[in-house]
Design a protein around this ligand. Structure first.
Ligand SMILES: Cc1cc2nc3c(=O)[nH]c(=O)nc-3n(C[C@H](O)[C@H](O)[C@H](O)COP(=O)(O)O)c2cc1C
Length: 185
């Protein structure tokens, strides 16, 4: 197996992080990997926001919990009441992947997100591909202020995120379905 495939296969979703911050050098490479993902018609319909500011991270966490508290799902409500809960697992860096209004923006964002997770693994960092933290932007009143304070341009909206930091856990590889591949010669 070559190194690239090995890095792809050994990437895991990390849900526990050390407090040590990611270096600017590593962060820049990860963002660079993000913007080199394939995009529909080369539209590059994304905007990447790396958040390391503890106050903004707390606001994002709190906004997601506010939405979860209103959820029909009892487990979500329970999690939101836990002061230790974080939708990005208290990672020291959260990359918000926002998409514009073009047709395939969400696909572009997904490609960038995966590229960044793989790049993080290649640099010895843990990451987790995230969708649920975007609940932070569900309440329009809260969302408007958050989007402004995060500097996310008009017309872009958070689609996914990457929790990023040094892993404090080493999970096993989840089961991979083997009945989903067929080679026809
Ligand atoms: C579109 C998408 C959304 C995801 N959202 C979350 C999330 O909100 N929280 C989370 O802990 N993991 C999330 N994941 C990670 C998956 O749970 C994870 O990739 C899957 O369980 C397989 O584990 P692995 O990444 O270690 O191979 C998401 C993954 C994808 C592709």
């Amino acid at each position: 197996m070559n190194e690239t495939i090995s890095v792809m296969l050994s990437r895991r979703s990390i849900r526990s992080y050390k407090t040590r911050q990611v270096s600017d050098r590593d962060l820049n490479w990860i963002l660079e990997a993000g913007i080199y993902a394939a995009t529909s018609r080369n539209m590059q319909a994304w905007y990447l926001t790396a958040v390391q500011n503890p106050e903004l991270l707390k606001r994002l966490r709190d906004a997601a919990c506010e939405t979860m508290l209103k959820s029909d799902n009892a487990r979500n409500r329970e999690k939101a009441l836990d002061p230790d809960f974080s939708p990005f697992y208290k990672a020291p860096t959260l990359i918000i992947v926002s998409g514009n209004e073009s047709r395939n923006a969400r696909v572009d964002c997904a490609n960038a997100t995966q590229n960044m997770c793989v790049a993080a693994n290649s640099l010895g960092l843990g990451s987790c591909y995230l969708a649920s933290f975007t609940m932070a932007f569900e309440d329009p009143a809260v969302s408007a202020t958050l989007l402004r304070d995060l500097g996310i341009p008009d017309g872009y909206f958070p689609q996914f995120g990457v929790a990023l930091g040094y892993a404090a856990e080493h999970p096993d590889t989840p089961h991979r379905r083997r009945d989903v591949i067929r080679i026809i010669k």
